[in-house]
Design a protein around this ligand. Sequence first.
Ligand code: WT7
Length: 654
Amino acid sequence: MSDETLSNLLREERRFPPPAELTAAANVTAAAYQEAADDGEAFWAAQAARLDWAEPWTRVRDWSRAPFARWFVGGRLNVAYNCLDRHVAAGHGDRVAFHWEGEPGDTRTLTYADLTDEVCRAANALLSLGVRASDRVAIYMPMIPETVVAMLACARIGAPHTVVFGGFSADALRGRILDCDARVVVTADGGYRKGAPSALKPAVDEALERCPDVRSVLVVRRTGQEVGWTEGRDVWWHDLVAGQPAEHEPEAFDSEHPLYIMYTSGTTARPKGILHTTGGYLTQVAWSHWAVFDVKPEQDVYWTAADIGWVTGHSYIVYGPLANGVTSVLYEGTPDSPHQGRWWEIVQKYGVTILYCAPTAIRTFMKWGDAIPGRYDLSSLRLLGSVGEPINPEAWMWYRRAIGGDRCPVVDTWWQTETGAQMISPLPGVSTCKPGSALRPLPGISAEVVDDTGRPVPNGSGGYLVLTEPWPAMLRTIWGDEQRYIDTYWSRFPGRYFAGDGAKKDEDGDIWLLGRVDDVMNVSGHRISTTEVESALVSHPRVAEAAVVGAADATTGQGIVAFVILRGDNEQPADTTSAEDLGRELRAHVAKEIGPIARPRQILVVAELPKTRSGKIMRRLLRDIAENRSLGDVTTLTDSSVMDAIRDRLPSGA
Ligand code: WT7
């Protein structure tokens, strides 16, 4: 973030106190907020009572083996039971769990009773495939109800799932399957995206060519596309699941039993398998969903417009809303299919009251203009949330005005795959919001902004965001790599969790998130590591070396800009056309290696890369170039004077 942007942010003086009606009926009041802030352990002990425990826990938390935490020690529970059966038992079986909307306009309504039956059948189906507690199951799916069913079926039988975003490539899928040694994959023929069926099964088939240990693939028919079929391995969902009994006795698992592994990008090329467990995770997602979104299960229609393949979907489409017995919307497709009013049509149709989405979507809608949401009745909305990247004040203001009709609070929620649940956020009935600030740590959470030496910075200064106490939904480790867990999160500031984000405390002590301080980019709210994209580029036969930076992008937050040095004598493509072809080829190559979300916005062929004497690429300088020059949308061939210009700007001695 440039200094200018930063000082603009800190000059932000608009204030939005909570609306009186919301405060009057808020789940969390100012008094409760104050009380909660005082004793973290007592606070979380009280929140654990939101869940049904088969065996009570004996200790709130065990930090004696820090940084390896245990929460609600000795307690036993079943996540699926807590998300489903208990609501049915309480007489809410007829309540809608999901209003599902397919992209082409087909719909399905699943009540809590329906979902419970489906999950029981799927759990029985997984058992029939030999899946047992602690076995890993990979899920590679479009946004359809079966995705939720598959996750909960896994949770029900204690088999940790790893959901791989459907936009990831066969290679990315394979890497994840192998890393966690999944033996069963749940997938679909395809899903609908941007107005057309988009296949998934071919990527599974390709991935499994080199995953010899996967013995079963359970395939949902969604699009009706032709699929390749491996006899003895592949089985249709409708053949196997439909015939199973809708009864399944849930087993209670230890509070620390693994619930899922979610892969996320770090500073190296290899994604990290973030491990989440059972009792603490469900406690914090349930509490935060209830508190931050002020949900009233009897009245609200809640919508997280994100993909289940990311942590936002895990915590705030699946586990949080279902633990709270809330009615949600689940939408399969893209915001502009078949038209740019699709989201607002959905809000109007289902009477959505709470909407949670990413700044990149908000900025896209802003670009499309006020007239589009203006055509729909959005008066059902009462609360708006934002997540995934810093939201700039103008986008925040637009969201509040054009979508929220100037009456809905906007909660900017900071958290990460690793934190499992929201950590820093306004509370809608308590906080006076500032456009662009996530404000304060939630009750039970301790965060600080520190300088290089780990000392808290005074108000009005910036530094690094750290979390100073363990929290219930925290990651427990990186799957299969305890040392990497310690090194990545707990070593930069010993005893404290380093989030990788820069932050500033304003004069009131409120927190403003400023983006990543490491080599991780944030593109449309998705984390992608520079090294991961560099490795993909260097795996192309024409590329000798690559340096990748995230450059500010008005819509996606950051866009990926790659500087590449070509192999061989003939280092430069002969002319502009071949440079464009090469750029296109390299962009497609990265999309194939990682997935379309990692496709660079621009590829710049260069003769040299700026490096320090120790050989480290000076990304800061490359970012300057990527951000200051209007390079346009097409691939550009830079001449060496571009790099000369960089060299001129290198600090002497570097
Ligand atoms: C990174 C985590 C949390 C679910 C989606 C992303 C950035 C996230 C905010 C926010 C500023 C934010 C941070 C963080 N981030 N929310 N409200 N304000 N930055 O999860 O892929 O694990 O990414 O997203 O940089 O470290 P993720």
